[in-house]
Design a protein around this ligand. Structure first.
Ligand SMILES: Nc1ncnc2c1ncn2[C@@H]1O[C@H](COP(=O)(O)OP(=O)(O)OP(=O)(O)O)[C@@H](O)[C@H]1O
Ligand SMILES: [Mg+2]
Length: 599
């Protein structure tokens, strides 16, 4: 499944195998889980003994009253105190259980959250270009919450509630008659059957509501990310309408959700009321016949309340467990997405000795119907500076992305020092290459930290040295907050040229063996550009480097220039030799020169 939510089938049955995935997390804290289970059992015993104490209290009062020679009725203090104590310990044991188990669920949430995060980073660029951030983060959030819920309720509600039911039935049968036990059995069976059927029917509406929820959140985030664009075109109203469309779908889904919940709750209440009435009628007639005491009546009433409360809760828990499962499933589906770019098993690290880069008959397309590169061939000798020029959309940035292995080639090979980049680990490949991308996006952090990102272990003075090399020092020092200046979300508080220089400083700090500059100076004025070009020359001295540029004046000194057109190399050579050829390059050069003169 690629592109979350696109082909999501709301009628698919729930995948119960998610429980298997959760099991190891329970085993991580065996002792805690064991203790929590012990508390649970003790609390259940306490709750089962409560009706008995109540019965003794009532019977005690009743016999005293019957024996009317006594004018003063003694209060059974001991029994009442015992009742209070049992009630308190019941509640306390429940609290201790939850406190103990909290740690287990939180650890599981942490582990799963991290796993999903790491998985997302391991996916290829194509996935991330298709994904919708808002929806994705909602899916993960709901999924991890679902895990915590599932763990808690499966262990602490479903299993113990059934245990209690059996105990109560056994007690009723043994103490009174099988009729009582049968009524309980019948009502429990019909209750469970009804709840399950109704809940299964409802799960499609829960899914619909979730999909609608993710969509509206995606819409809102996408729109807010594009805040500036929305303003440029005064499309606030349009955006609000689109968002409202999604919200209204969500509202409708929620409405169905609510109405079906109403039906479910009503049905459950009906079953409970009918069986409660039947039980009490039977008990009352037994009391009237003198076969049971008043205390027995109270005991049966107390037991029924005690069973139906968790049973009622069970309905809620089953519903919630189902919706948690659906949420978890959606998150795990994300985990099943495979990266299109992956390491071969035990891929060795890339060994860069000289930095020779070779593209051999490389063919590539983003979309099978539209080839971008059609049999590209070139060799970059160790230490050479190679320039790529060509029209917009010719595929220059694509070449850089392929070298970095954001995508795999469809055909042909890319070799670095005679090692196919497909055969080496992605990590080692990417460590060896430094890229200054065409559009730099920064983290919402300080300038200093953004530059340090190139090498997180770097000391402050090393970071500052890189900043100086990238000709960013003067700019930063005149800022009121200097190096601590926050750059805003995605770096939007910096100018285009400043961002480019941050990107260059980062790459300088990374010290890679191979450098790629994709329009790295396109946003700079001529003075800064000259300075930065000089810096680029310094850092790439004796290193293989690829420079992509539109302005040919910036690449005159390249060792070799490739002119890319229509997915192929149409000309290559150095500046002088290409000018003499009077081909594409010469034409472009003269065009740009005359533009310069006209300015
Ligand atoms: N992720 C993508 N999915 C589909 N098509 C893409 C993708 N990225 C780029 N393209 C297309 O591939 C072609 C080559 O893009 P590329 O970015 O390599 O061009 P470029 O030579 O760097 O152009 P420019 O000089 O404008 O930066 C373009 O037509 C572009 O529309
Ligand atoms: Mg480009």
């Amino acid at each position: 499944m690629r592109g979350m939510g696109s082909n999501y089938d709301p009628n698919k049955p729930v995948d119960w195998s998610v429980i298997k995935q959760i099991w190891p997390h329970l085993m991580e804290y065996k002792r805690r889980v064991g203790l929590a289970l012990f508390c649970l059992l003790a609390a259940k015993l306490a709750s089962i003994s409560m009706p008995f104490v109540l019965k003794f209290v009532v019977d005690d009062l009743d016999t005293q009253q019957a024996d009317s020679s006594l004018s003063l009725i003694a209060v059974p203090v001991g029994l009442l105190l015992a009742y209070g104590f049992i009630r308190l310990s019941n509640v306390l044991l429940g609290e201790i259980r939850d406190t103990l188990f909290g740690r287990v669920t939180e650890r599981a949430m942490r582990r799963v959250g991290l796993k999903v995060f790491e998985h997302l980073h391991a996916l290829d660029l194509a996935f991330h270009l298709e994904r919708r951030t808002g929806g994705l983060s909602r899916d993960i959030e709901r999924g991890t919450n679902g895990i915590s819920f599932l763990m808690r309720f499966l262990i602490f509600n479903i299993v113990p509630t059934f245990l209690e039911l059996f105990l109560v039935m056994a007690i009723l049968w043994q103490q009174y008659s099988i009729d009582f036990a049968l009524i309980v059995l019948l009502s429990v069976v019909s209750y469970v059957w009804f709840s399950k059927t109704a809940t299964d029917w409802r799960s499609q509406f829960i899914r619909e509501a979730n999909v609608a929820d993710s969509r509206s959140s995606t819409r809102a985030i996408d729109s807010l990310i594009n805040f500036e664009t929305v303003k440029y075109f005064t499309n606030e109203k349009h955006e609000a309408e689109l968002y409202d469309q999604e919200l209204s779908k969500w509202e409708q889904a929620k409405r169905k959700n609510r109405l079906t919940l109403f039906a479910l709750n009503t049905g459950q209440a009906l079953i409970i009321s009918v069986s409660m009435t039947a039980m009490l009628t039977l008990a009352a007639s037994n009391v009237a016949k003198g076969e049971m005491t008043l205390g027995d009546f109270v005991l049966i009433n107390a037991f029924m309340m005690q069973i139906f409360m968790p049973l009622n809760f069970l309905g809620f828990v089953y519903r919630e467990i189902k919706s948690s499962m659906i949420n978890i499933e959606r998150m795990f589906e994300l985990m099943k997405v495979d990266s299109k770019v992956s390491d071969t098993s035990q891929a060795p690290g890339l060994n860069v000795q000289q930095g020779k880069i070779e593209f051999k008959d490389v063919a590539f397309s983003y979309d099978p119907e539209r080839p971008i590169l059609k049999g590209l061939n070139f060799v970059l000798q160790p230490g050479e500076k190679l320039a790529l020029v060509g029209g917009s959309g010719a595929g220059k940035s694509t070449i850089a992305k392929l070298l970095f292995r954001f995508y795999d080639v469809n055909d042909g090979q890319i070799l670095i020092d005679d090692q196919d980049i497909k055969q080496v680990s992605q990590l080692s490949l990417r460590q060896a290459i430094g890229v200054v991308p065409q559009d730099t996006v920064l983290f919402n952090n300080s300038i200093l930290e953004n530059v340090r990102y190139g090498c997180p272990e770097a000391r402050d003075d090393e970071v500052k040295q890189a900043i100086e090399l990238a000709h960013l020092k003067d700019f930063i020092e005149q800022l009121p907050k200097g190096y601590d200046t926050q750059v805003g979300e995605r770096g939007l508080k910096l100018s285009g040229g400043e961002k480019q220089r941050v990107a260059i400083a980062r790459t300088i700090l990374k010290r890679p063996a191979i450098l790629v500059f994709d329009e790295a100076t396109s946003s700079l004025d001529s003075v800064s550009e000259r300075a930065v070009l000089q810096a680029i020359d310094e850092v790439s001295r004796n290193k293989s480097s690829v420079v992509i540029a539109h302005r040919l004046s910036t690449i005159i000194n390249a060792d070799r220039i490739l002119v890319i057109e229509d997915g192929q190399v149409v000309e290559q050579g150095n500046h002088e030799s290409l000018l003499q050829k009077t081909g594409h390059y010469a034409r472009l050069w003269h065009l740009q020169q005359s533009n310069q003169e006209n300015k």
